[in-house]
Design a protein around this ligand. Structure first.
Ligand code: AGP
Length: 625
C-alpha cells in the first residue's frame, strides 16, 4: 500500500553513475502495483530551483504517465530525490493530497507509506504553533513535525529532527525525507511498513520493495522497526530512535529484473498464471524425497515441537485466507489436528485462546500485509509457536516468526494473486503432510501415494492452463451477466470463494462465493432465471451432494457453469457450460480447480476492457489496517 523510493548520488565530480530522475521514474513504475491513486517526486540539489523541485499527478491508473509528462522541465543534475505512488487512505486521491508533502518553508519534502494514527492531535498543536497545512492527509503532519524539530535544534540536522519527530508519532510508517539545505542526504525510517536500502556505484537508495531497485543491486539492507537511516552517496548509516548506531541486516536476492517484466504477455496476471506450473514445482523442489519422505530443514521447529502441538490456527487475508481454508481440510484429515482459521484483522482483536502448544500459521504472499503481520505478532506475544508462509524472502513476517516456509513463486506484480496462491496451497499441503509424518497419523503407504500425487501436480496445472481458449469462450457467453454465484462444498468451497474474489476484484462484477449446502438457508433467494451459478463439481466425497445443490439452482432457472474432471459426462449433464480440469487426489484438487476460475476472471476483465493488473481501489500489498 503506497510505494516509496529514494536515491542520492551527490552532485560533486565523483557523483554516482545513476540519473536520479531515471531511477525514481523506473522505480515508481515497478512500485505502481502498491497503489496508483497518485504519483509524485521531489528532487534536491544545486541545479533544482530554490534547491527543491517537486511534481505530483493524480489521474487514477494514468497518474504515473502524467507525472512523467510533468518531469519534462526537471532540473538536469539533482543530487538526490524521493518518489511516491499512493493508495489513498486519508484524503481524496487528488493532486493536493499526493506525496511528496512539503513543510511551510518548501525546503523539506517527505514521502510516507502507512498511517499516522495521532495526526489530528499533532496537527492541532502544529497549527496553533503557526504551521500551515495544505492537504487532507495524515502524512503532511510529519513534514511539519520534522520542520519544527529542525527549527528548534538545527545542529541535530535532518536525521536528528526525524528521530525526535518519530518519537511523537503513533501508527505505521516508512518514510523518506529530503531537505534543500543538505542536498546529498536522504533520511529514512520505518515502523511496521517495509523499507529496504542498497548502495552501489557511488549512490545509495531505498524503496518499499525489492523489484523497485533490483536493477541497481542484488544486495540490500533491511531497516528494522524504529530505526532511522541516513543515506549519503555510497554509504548508509543507521541508528535507533535514540540515536544509538546499529548495523542493518543484509539481504542478498537472487531474482533478476526479468522476473519483474511482462515477457511478451499483455499483462502481469497472464504472465503469472502462465508461471503457475513452475511455481508449484519450485515450491515442491527438494522438499519431497525420492523415498517418499518430506524434509523441511529450513523450518526451524523440531519434530518434538511439532509433536507437542495440540491446535493449529491459520491467519491470513484475501486469497491467502482462501489458501488457509483449503489447508484446514488437509491438516485435519491427514494430521488429525484441530484447525481454526481466522481472517487476520479479526484474530488480533478478539482475545484468541492460544498457548505454547498452539501453532499459528500466518499465510501472506508479501509477508508485509499489516493485518496478518500484527496477528502473527499478537500470537507470538500470547506464547504460540508461529510459522509463516511467505513468498518474499526475509519479509517482515518471516523475520518475526519462529519458522518460515517459503513459497517459491518468484515476484508477483499483478494485484490479483495467482501463482502465489497456488504455491501457498502447495506449501500448506506440504506442511499438513509433514505434520502427519511426524505425528505418524498416516501409514507409509498412504503417505507415499499422496506424495506421488503431489509430484504430478505441476504437469496437471500446466494441462489446466492449456484450456485458456475454451475458458475464454465460456466467459464470452456470460459477458453481459451482471452477477455470479460461486458454489462449492468441502475443498470446493474455498475454491468457490477464490473464484468469486478473482472475478469481483478485476472485473468489478457482483460475485459471491457460498458453501453449496448453505444455499438453501438464504442465498438461494438470489437465484432467478438468468442468474449465473459457477459450481466446483470435481469428484470429491461430497460430489453427489454438490450435484444435488446444482439441481436446486438449475430448477430455479440459473445458468450453470461447472468445473468438472476431464471426461466426467455425468457432471457435464448438469451444466450449461463446463470448465474441464484434470483429476487428482481430492485434497489436492483446489490447486487445479482454481485455475479455470482465474482464467475466467481474467477473460471477463479483458472482455470488459479493464486493466487487470491495476484494478480500481486496490493495491497489491495492504500495509494499513
Ligand atoms: C488477491 O487477489 C488479493 N489481491 C488480496 O486478497 C491478497 O491476497 C491479500 O491482500 C493478502 O495479501 P498477502 O498474501 O500479501 O498477505
Amino acid at each position: 500500500m503506497c510505494g516509496i523510493i529514494g536515491i542520492t548520488t551527490g552532485s560533486g565530480p565523483e557523483a554516482g553513475d545513476q540519473s536520479v530522475l531515471d531511477v525514481l521514474v523506473e522505480g515508481l513504475a515497478r512500485l505502481e502495483y502498491r497503489g496508483y491513486d497518485s504519483a509524485g517526486l521531489a528532487m534536491v540539489g544545486p541545479l533544482a530551483a530554490d534547491g527543491m523541485w517537486r511534481v505530483r499527478a493524480a489521474n487514477g491508473t494514468r497518474s504515473l504517465d502524467d507525472l512523467i509528462k510533468g518531469t519534462k522541465d526537471a532540473p538536469g543534475h539533482p543530487s538526490a530525490g524521493i518518489g511516491h505512488t499512493r493508495w489513498a487512505t486519508h484524503g481524496r486521491p487528488n493532486e493536493g493530497n499526493a506525496h511528496p508533502h512539503a513543510d511551510c518553508t518548501g525546503n523539506l519534502a517527505l514521502v510516507h507509506n502507512g498511517i499516522i494514527e495521532n495526526h489530528l492531535e499533532l496537527s492541532d498543536r502544529l497549527i496553533d504553533d503557526g504551521h500551515h497545512f495544505e492537504s487532507e492527509t495524515d502524512t503532511e503532519v510529519l513534514a511539519h513535525l520534522v520542520e519544527s524539530h529542525l527549527a528548534a535544534r538545527p545542529d541535530d540536522r535532518l536525521a536528528g529532527a526525524v528521530r525526535l519527530a518519530l518519537g511523537e508519532v503513533r501508527g505505521a510508517f516508512s518514510i523518506a525525507v529530503v531537505h534543500a539545505s543538505d542536498p546529498d542526504v536522504i533520511v529514512a525510517a520505518r515502523r511496521v511498513s517495509p523499507l529496504i536500502m542498497g548502495v552501489s556505484d557511488g549512490a545509495a537508495f531505498l524503496a518499499s520493495d525489492i523489484p523497485a531497485i533490483l536493477g541497481l543491486t542484488h544486495d540490500f539492507f533491511i531497516l528494522d522497526d524504529d530505526q532511522v537511516a541516513e543515506l549519503r552517496p555510497g554509504s548508509i548509516s543507521v541508528t535507533t530512535l535514540d540515536g544509538d548506531p546499529v548495523e542493518p541486516d543484509p539481504l542478498h536476492v537472487e531474482w533478476d529484473l526479468d522476473a519483474a517484466r511482462k515477457d511478451g504477455f499483455d499483462d502481469f496476471m497472464a504472465k503469472e498464471m502462465h508461471e503457475q506450473p513452475k511455481a508449484v514445482a519450485d515450491t515442491l523442489l527438494d522438499r519431497l524425497l525420492p523415498d517418499g519422505t518430506l524434509v523441511l530443514d529450513e523450518v526451524h521447529l523440531t519434530n518434538e515441537e511439532f509433536r507437542s502441538i495440540t491446535k493449529v490456527f491459520v491467519v491470513a487475508c484475501g486469497s491467502s485466507y482462501h489458501a488457509g481454508l483449503m489447508a484446514k481440510y488437509a491438516i485435519e484429515h491427514w494430521a488429525r489436528l484441530p484447525v481454526e482459521i481466522d481472517i487476520a484483522s479479526e484474530f488480533r482483536y478478539r482475545n484468541p485462546v492460544v498457548d505454547g502448544n498452539t501453532l499459528v500459521i500466518g499465510v501472506s504472499q508479501s509477508g508485509e500485509t499489516v493485518d496478518t503481520s500484527q496477528a502473527v505478532r499478537e500470537a507470538k506475544a500470547l506464547g504460540a509457536k508461529v510459522l509463516v508462509i511467505s513468498n518474499v524472502v526475509d519479509s517482515s513476517m518471516a523475520r518475526d516468526a519462529d519458522a518460515v516456509l517459503y513459497t517459491r513463486a518468484g515476484p508477483e506484480i499483478g494485484v490479483a494473486a495467482t501463482k502465489t496462491h497456488l504455491a501457498q496451497i502447495i506449501a500448506l499441503e506440504i506442511l499438513a503432510l509433514y505434520l502427519a509424518q511426524v505425528r505418524e497419523t498416516l501409514s507409509p503407504a498412504e503417505a507415499r501415494g499422496l506424495l506421488d500425487a503431489m509430484g504430478a501436480l505441476p504437469d496437471k496445472v500446466a494441462e489446466a492452463m492449456e484450456r485458456g481458449d475454451a475458458v475464454h469462450a465460456v466467459a464470452e457467453r456470460y459477458r453481459t451477466s451482471p452477477s455470479f454465484l460461486f458454489l462449492g462444498r468441502h475443498v470446493g468451497y474455498p475454491v468457490a470463494l477464490e473464484g468469486a474474489l478473482k472475478l469481483k476484484e478485476i472485473s468489478y462484477l457482483r460475485a459471491e462465493g457460498f458453501p453449496a449446502g448453505e444455499l438453501k438457508h438464504g442465498p438461494i433467494a438470489l437465484v432467478e432465471p438468468g442468474t449465473v451459478v459457477v459450481g466446483v463439481a470435481t469428484r470429491t466425497p461430497v460430489w453427489e451432494k454438490m450435484i444435488a445443490n446444482i439441481a436446486e439452482v438449475k430448477s430455479r432457472g440459473a445458468s450453470v457453469v461447472l468445473v468438472a474432471n476431464d471426461g466426467d459426462v455425468e457432471t457435464a449433464r448438469h451444466a450449461d457450460d463446463v470448465l474441464w480440469v484434470p483429476a487428482t487426489e481430492h485434497l489436492f484438487a483446489p490447486v487445479i480447480d482454481v485455475v479455470p476460475l482465474q482464467m475466467f476472471a481474467h477473460s471477463m476483465a479483458r472482455l470488459h476492457g479493464l486493466d487487470v493488473d491495476r484494478p480500481r481501489n486496490l493495491a497489491k500489498t495492504v500495509t494499513v489496517e
